[in-house]
Design a protein around this ligand. Structure first.
Ligand SMILES: [Zn+2]
Ligand SMILES: [Zn+2]
Length: 105
């Protein structure tokens, strides 16, 4: 069976990317039956993202831009590392940190 170059749409960024005949043959040889869903750039990004989640946030306490290693849900204040450390030193009521997953909620 001959493969022909195809254009696929990336589910992540929506741009078209080439799924070449060679790649299709490679896919088939490996036993993959589904078309690739993401372009190469997004695949790379996803691979990096899986290793480490970094979300840009503004600290609710001091207002500086910071990054947190999880996805804030936006319903609670998010603190930068400095304020987070301060908060843990002097625990206060009323401010709770956003956590990645809390099944008790
Ligand atoms: Zn993409
Ligand atoms: Zn802060």
């Amino acid at each position: 069976m001959d493969f022909v170059d195809r254009e696929l749409t990336c589910v992540q960024c929506g741009s078209m990317f080439a799924f070449s005949a060679d790649e299709q043959r490679f896919f088939r040889e490996r036993g993959f039956i589904n078309d690739p869903k993401r372009c190469k750039q997004c695949k790379t990004k996803t691979a990096i993202g899986r290793r480490k989640i970094e979300t840009r946030v503004k600290c609710s306490e001091c207002g500086i831009d910071s990054t947190v290693p999880f996805k804030p849900r936006g319903t609670r204040p998010v603190l930068c590392r400095v304020c987070f450390a301060k908060q843990s030193e002097q625990p206060q009521t009323g401010i709770s940190l956003v956590r990645p997953a809390d099944p008790t909620e």
